[in-house]
Ligand binder design. Structure first.
Ligand SMILES: N[C@@H](CCC(=O)N[C@@H](CS)C(=O)NCC(=O)O)C(=O)O
Length: 337
């Protein structure tokens, strides 16, 4: 009895000192009336304001999709913009419920930062953008280069690995945001800029002279990007994971925001389960059975998210790793049953 008391007391003190409330994220979100989502906010294709001032992009739209899954209303989300350095503390401390910020899943982040990764919403890899005046055609020719890079990222770590493995030296020039990184490169502070390849195209298009810079062919790392949640709340993790799976499943089944009402009448049992016509997929997660219907209806299936946000960056889905597994890609959602 005493021991139990002692242990509980110790745990409470520890919990108060170091941990946010464990579990109960869904209840907190519902009681609050909106989802708190951490995003980049300045990264075209992933999360950036559109001309109406609404936050859009594959990461931001996913947050809206989770809000739709919970509330039946995609607008019930508040976005918090976070730098690469700030993002994990914001999630583990409870400042946001969900981190959807072009974040690479790695073992160290997963095991040491009090967070859990869910699934991937864009599979990326790191590359290099160089000034044409450098006269370089391959990353292997970058010995001695000065490299603009964003702090607190996997990009920094891969950069060091790549140069070491290839017996080359480099001078890192670190920045906190991609705007600063781009301006550093544009202003001549470095010869090379490195980041996830999805961003190089966007960064290049925003240079003073886009034609004066080239993306080198090499992809030097694996950057599986996806939403992350705070560790310790399996129900919340399931909700976020299965909302993402639902968008991918809808893509597999040809269910779109335009035809989702029609699709409710489909005889296909997979579609019936996805849309809550049959079975209790949503209830099993603590949501309503229309959670996937609401998400797809309001933000679209995975392909709609991709075509709206990533295709305009010049990155074709077809033939890429981000295609569905049925089309030679890697995106694969487990069965919703
Ligand atoms: N995926 C990598 C890199 C993520 C990252 O923050 N990349 C920078 C490189 S440009 C970025 O997105 N910056 C956007 C910004 O700060 O607005 C990671 O998870 O560490």
């Amino acid at each position: 009895m005493h021991l139990v008391k002692l242990m509980t007391g110790g745990l409470t003190a520890l919990a108060l000192a170091t941990l946010p409330a464990l579990g109960g994220t869904l209840d907190d979100v519902k009681a609050r009336g909106f989802l708190k989502c951490g995003i980049d906010g300045g990264l075209p294709g992933f999360s950036a304001p559109n001309d109406k001032g609404q936050m859009v992009g594959i990461d931001a739209d996913f947050c809206s999709g989770v809000a739709a899954a919970i509330f039946g209303d995609k607008t019930k989300v508040k976005f918090t913009t976070l730098t690469a350095k700030e993002r994990f503390t914001a999630l583990s401390s409870g400042e946001v419920d969900l981190l959807s910020r072009n974040t690479t899943a790695t073992l160290t982040r997963d095991a040491t930062l009090g967070i859990d990764f869910t699934y991937f919403n864009y599979i990326d890899g790191q590359g290099f953008l160089v000034k044409n005046s450098l006269g370089v055609k391959s990353a292997k020719e970058l010995n001695g280069a000065s490299v603009c890079v964003q702090a607190g990222t996997t990009t920094e770590l891969n950069l060091a690995d790549y140069f070491r493995v290839n017996g080359m030296t480099f001078k890192p020039i670190g920045y906190d945001t991609s705007v600063q990184t781009r301006e550093g490169f544009d202003g001549g502070s470095c010869d090379v800029l490195t980041s996830d390849k999805s961003q190089l195209a966007a960064i290049r298009s925003e240079l003073k002279d886009p034609a004066g810079a080239t993306i080198l062919p090499e992809t030097i790392s694996k950057e599986p990007l996806g939403p992350a949640v705070r560790q310790g709340d399996p129900q919340w993790r399931d909700i976020v994971t299965w909302t993402l799976y639902a968008l991918i499943t809808a893509d597999e089944l040809g269910v779109t925001s335009a035809n989702v009402d029609e699709m409710k009448k489909s005889a296909n049992p997979d579609i019936k389960r996805l849309l809550g016509v049959e079975d209790k997929m949503g209830e099993n997660l603590g949501l309503t059975n229309s959670f996937a219907y609401d998400a797809v209806k309001q933000v679209g299936n995975y392909d709609e998210l991709y075509q709206r946000s990533i295709t305009p960056l010049g990155l074709k889905r077809e033939g890429s790793v981000n295609a569905l597994w049925t089309k030679g890609g890697l995106l694969y959602a487990p069965p919703m049953r």
